[in-house]
Design a protein around this ligand. Structure first.
Ligand code: FE2
Length: 411
């Protein structure tokens, strides 16, 4: 009997030791496998491409391998390019630390398809291969996708975001990048939500750059650490802004400026003016989370709107309201067109909110003077924006593929 008791105690102790070791292992994180992989533009899209991913371990290197080919490629062959980038550690609280990996690949050839993988550089520690294509030397026509407020918590929430992108790329298979207008997750420190965001969009965002805008659910009380850790965006933003929350980039004939409505509003004024004044691109597009007209931020954003008017910005992409809205063309606070015929000769700037790519729909707000189209259809939505020479065509769809709105701007 005594011997049995001793044996039982020994088994219990062994189980406790196994449980403690497992918990410590979980906490420290040991997997070197890439998670939450996403591609962005960091430099010139014709010759470079950036990648960001997380690992459970904080100890692995950040390596990208590319081959200028598609199909079955050989990463051990002579034409493989190997680039090592930066690794850092993010503290998720409660003793959990994870590795953050950012690599910007430069020296690529314009208009070329590449197959790549990311990992630690060790065998068996690579992502699945994925493909991307650099911007062509002269892209006279191209499309991109605009979505906003995926803002989820659960897997089911982010399946809606995945379905929205699936429809967007079914209708715009050649779209070259995605602009997401902010509020990626409900709670920015909820890493499970970020994992779901990237898992449900993996088929697209490992190939097509996802260019992020900072929302009020991405930067909270001046902290955007988790949000900026997930994207390797251009490093050309406003002084005083959290790096990674304001920046601009070019694609084809478009110059796209991303502003941060959550902090340093005044500090972005001169940067915005200079950034827009210096571009030689004919199409000027701004992306920001909170709306310029109406809403609680309206007065604070007046100076930005003055610059949109002065620099003849064509289109302002917005989020935050979780409803669909599209303005008349506006200049100096006045309506400058009927909203049906094309906007010509820089007559006004168009302001849009493409509802939400997530689960939360707001009741439609009060109609204001600037609204040309204003509705709540309780459907996830996106816009496909096509620039072809002197014509910009904006088309908003719901997740079922129903066209909700469209307009044209001509230069
Ligand atoms: Fe939101």
């Amino acid at each position: 009997m005594r011997g049995q008791n001793i044996a039982l105690i020994a088994v219990v102790i062994a189980l406790i030791i196994v449980a403690v070791v497992f918990m410590l292992w979980k906490k420290e994180g040991s997997s070197p496998m890439p998670e939450s992989l996403v591609t962005t533009f960091h430099d010139d899209p014709r010759v470079s491409r950036a990648f960001t991913w997380y690992t459970d371990t904080t100890k692995s290197a950040s390596v990208v391998q590319l081959v200028p080919a598609v199909g079955k490629v050989n990463f051990g062959g002579p034409n493989v390019i190997t680039i090592t980038g930066a690794s850092s550690v993010i503290d998720e609280g409660k003793g959990v630390k994870r590795g953050v990996h950012k690599v910007n690949v430069t020296g690529l050839t314009p208009g070329t398809a590449y197959t790549y993988r990311v990992g630690s550089g060790e065998p068996e520690e690579w992502s699945e291969p994925a493909q991307f294509t650099t911007e062509g030397e002269e892209e006279a026509a191209f499309s991109f996708i605009n979505v906003t407020d995926s803002q989820g918590t659960t897997e089911a929430d982010f399946k809606l975001w995945g379905a929205t992108l699936a429809r967007a790329f079914a209708l715009f298979p050649q779209a070259q990048f995605i602009v997401h207008n902010g509020d990626f997750t409900e709670e920015p420190t909820d890493e499970t939500a970020w994992e779901q965001l990237f898992t449900q969009s993996r088929s697209w965002v490992t190939s097509i750059p996802l260019m992020p805008v900072t929302g009020n659910h991405d930067e909270v009380d001046g902290n955007a650490e988790r949000f900026v850790s997930h994207f390797h965006v251009p490093n050309n933003g406003a002084g005083g802004s959290i790096p990674g929350t304001s920046y601009s980039f070019n694609y084809g004939s478009a110059h796209i400026v991303v502003l941060n409505t959550e902090s340093n509003l005044k500090g972005q004024i001169e940067w915005l003016r200079n950034d827009l004044a210096l571009t030689d691109k004919p199409w000027k597009i701004v992306a920001m989370h909170r709306g310029a007209y109406g809403g609680s931020m309206y007065k604070k954003l007046d100076k930005w709107v003055e610059i949109f008017d002065e620099q003849e910005v064509d289109l302002v992409l917005q989020g935050h309201n979780h409803e669909y809205s599209r303005s008349y063309p506006l200049r100096d606070g006045r309506i400058t067109g009927d909203g049906n015929s094309p906007v010509r000769n820089h007559a006004g700037t168009m302001y849009v909110v493409t509802n939400t790519a997530g689960t939360k729909f707001n009741e439609k707000k009060e109609d204001l003077f600037y609204h040309k189209v204003h509705l709540q259809n309780e459907k996830q939505m996106f816009a496909g924006i096509t620039i072809d020479g002197d014509t910009l065509t904006y088309e908003a769809y719901d997740v079922d593929g129903q066209k909700v709105d469209a307009f044209v701007i001509e230069h």
